[in-house]
Design a protein around this ligand. Structure first.
Ligand SMILES: NC(=O)c1ccc[n+]([C@@H]2O[C@H](COP(=O)([O-])OP(=O)(O)OC[C@H]3O[C@@H](n4cnc5c(N)ncnc54)[C@H](O)[C@@H]3O)[C@@H](O)[C@H]2O)c1
Length: 330
């Protein structure tokens, strides 16, 4: 009978870094543990190292219930060897004063503050792990992804974009149609923010256009559209009013996107990457796998939806200039 003591494994380890271990970073790590199997090691980095240590200690006790995973805190140098680094550092809507539904800026109000955070952290991440894919979660994620590209992340940068908004769209449509959200196909494109575009024209359930199904409901379709749009566009504020930070939905989204990258799934998901045609990072239907976003495709759109997407892209291009200026790049 051999002893387990002293046996050391040399198998390849898939490693993920999380920079920013607040509400969103913590929820992401818990989702990674509970979904299980996508990575073998997670390192947590935060300027508040005591917080990173505490969260790592707490999470470590959950790991025996899932496929093998080690969770530990560290400095930027400990990101070395990571395949993917998830960036959640920065102020959130509540601490950054972006919780007013009548403010058309929405999350863009955080751009200067969080651009300065990115000017601090991205060069350190890139120095420690030059080849890692970088997933931007910090708000506003799309202009910060453009900034992270310029700060050394290059084409390996993408943002969580409108996957969370698309899931919210599916949930609210499912409520109205009394079906399960998993069976609703509906996509939000453009900015993860107030200018985002809900693609009603292609939303469908079982191959039937959602707009046709809603027309049978007896309530005005225009009224339903307005209510659903309001629920989705300001879902973050509704959550924050109750809990202080939107975290669990985006944590699950970030863990799911990590899986798609680490397993080279070529999953088709609405996330955001730099699109040369629009000259900015924005969400379209993307193929996500090894190296990050491998392809971007435009879903079919009406002329009105396309005009709204162009306008969302213009909003994002202005936000990128603000981000660059705050980061000292302009
Ligand atoms: N993309 C999305 O869909 C989405 C959804 C929810 C929240 N968010 C955003 O995610 C970000 C994090 O939100 P949260 O609620 O976790 O905030 P939080 O305040 O709970 O956590 C932020 C963490 O970042 C750390 N941090 C700040 N500056 C740092 C630096 N220079 N270096 C290292 N660590 C640093 C802080 O110490 C803190 O632990 C916010 O910008 C929030 O708006 C994005």
């Amino acid at each position: 009978m051999g002893s387990l003591l002293g046996v050391s494994g040399k198998a390849m380890r898939v490693k993920v870094g999380v920079v920013g271990v607040g509400a969103v970073g913590s929820a992401t790590v818990l989702s990674l543990i509970e979904r299980g199997g996508a990575c073998r090691e997670v390192v947590l980095v935060d300027r508040d190292s005591a917080r990173a240590e505490g969260v790592a200690a707490d999470m470590r006790y959950a790991t025996p219930l899932s496929p093998t995973m080690e969770v530990h805190a560290g400095g930027f140098e400990d990101l070395s060897g990571s395949d993917l680094v998830i960036l959640t550092a920065g102020v959130n809507e509540k601490s950054g004063g972006a919780t007013d539904r009548s403010d058309s800026q929405g999350r863009l109000r955080l751009v200067e503050t969080n651009a300065r955070v990115y000017a601090d952290i991205v060069p350190k991440v890139v120095e420690a792990v030059p080849d890692a894919v970088l997933m931007v979660v910090t708000d506003p994620p799309d202009p910060l992804a453009d900034l992270a590209r310029e700060l050394g992340g290059g084409d390996r940068v993408f943002s969580t974009g409108t996957l969370i908004d698309s899931l919210r769209f599916r949930v609210h449509l499912a409520d109205r149609l009394r079906v399960r959200p998993r069976d609703v196909q509906a996509v939000v494109v453009g900015e993860h923010g107030t200018s985002e575009v809900l693609l009603w024209s292609s939303a469908a359930v079982g191959g039937i256009p959602v707009l046709d199904l809603l027309a049978e409901s007896g309530t005005s379709v225009d009224q339903i559209r307005a209510e659903v749009e309001q629920d989705i566009r300001y879902a973050n504020i509704t959550i924050i009013e109750g809990t202080g930070a939107s975290q669990y939905g985006i944590g699950a989204v970030s863990a799911r996107l990590a899986e798609a990258v680490l397993r080279d799934e070529r999953a088709v998901l609405p996330v955001a990457a730099y699109h040369p045609g629009y000259g900015v990072t924005l969400s379209l239907s993307c193929v996500l796998g090894a190296g990050g976003v491998q392809q971007m495709h435009e879903p079919s759109m009406t002329a009105q939806e396309r005009a709204a997407l162009d306008s969302s892209a213009a909003t994002l291009r202005k936000a990128v200039e603000r981000a660059r200026s705050a980061a000292g790049l302009a």
